[in-house]
Write a protein of this length. Structure first.
Length: 286
């Protein structure tokens, strides 16, 4: 069975792009599920799939994050990866879907888990906000904070991969976007998504626009409920496969799982490169 991908809310599980893309499991919040039930559910996932990769936004509650680490510790399992992402919630949802696509490919669980950091650099996630006064996850100048008090102000904010902020209506400028083919997913909230679909999507030359429900964590992440969130992502599994397969693989020195990049997705141990054999013994301590 393929490695199962999980997240912390059902609204972070976007519809599949094809019939081969599996759904994701949902790790419930403590107030929604007793601990013994949560333990049983996780144990069942491990029995059915072998490995579980949980991806969740940094805005998730402290109680839910602590619950996940407690479950992993109580099950004494090294087959559960807990991956906290700095992407906004809708960006996390796009990333979760990409990992679901890759989970049915011939990659090991370790490669899939460590691929999350790589793929996050190719997700252009942002939002249209009516105010940035409580936005603390993207750098905002004092002058911009002051302008956000003006009636009718709207801001387009790109959280990653390169944070940017643009006040809508002040110029013809549009946020810098990806230089590769993407699709766009849009989640309308209490702010209009018209600028995203009518201005941003054509400027970024996206191949398609999909609508989704606004994740529950989005208002907390962006600091306001008056927003419309968007994320541009690589939709083609063959492109995702080539991207991940092109990265050199290594073996984690701690848990022995395969990894790509500089850190293991399961145990978080950093990659240790082999020491050059031609160094003098004095510079090559044991």
């Amino acid at each position: 069975m393929p490695t199962v991908i999980a997240s912390t809310s059902a609204d972070l599980v976007l519809p599949p792009t094809d019939q081969q893309t599996p759904t994701a499991a949902v790790v419930q919040a403590p107030e929604a599920q007793p601990l013994d039930t949560a333990l049983a559910d996780m144990h069942l996932l491990l029995e059915q799939h072998g490995y579980v990769v949980v991806v969740y936004p940094a805005s998730v509650s402290t109680a839910q994050e602590q619950r996940m680490f407690a479950i992993r510790a109580m099950l004494e399992s090294d087959r559960i990866a807990l991956l906290r992402s700095d992407l906004p919630p809708l960006g996390v949802a796009a990333l979760v879907r990409q990992l679901r696509q890759l989970s049915v490919c011939d990659f090991s669980a370790g490669v899939i888990a460590s691929a999350a950091r790589l793929l996050a650099h190719y997700v252009y996630a942002g939002a249209v906000l009516n105010s940035v006064t409580r936005l603390d996850r993207v750098p905002v100048s004092l002058r911009t904070h002051a302008k956000s008090w003006l009636p009718g102000s709207q801001f387009a904010v790109l959280a990653g991969p390169n944070p940017r902020l643009h006040r809508i209506g002040t110029s013809a400028e549009v946020l810098s976007g990806p230089d590769f083919a993407t699709q766009l997913v849009v989640a309308g909230g209490q702010a209009s998504a018209e600028w995203v679909t009518g201005t941003l999507a054509p400027a970024w030359q996206v191949q398609g626009v999909q609508e989704a429900a606004l994740p529950a964590d989005s208002a907390r992440w962006w600091g306001t409920p008056k927003l419309a969130e968007f994320a541009a992502f690589l939709p083609d599994v063959s492109v995702l496969y080539q991207l991940v397969a092109s990265v050199r693989r290594a073996r984690c020195h701690w848990c022995s799982l395969e990894l790509i990049g500089d850190r293991c997705g399961f145990c978080s141990a950093p990659l240790t490169l082999p020491e050059p054999e031609n160094l003098p013994r004095a510079l090559n301590p044991t």
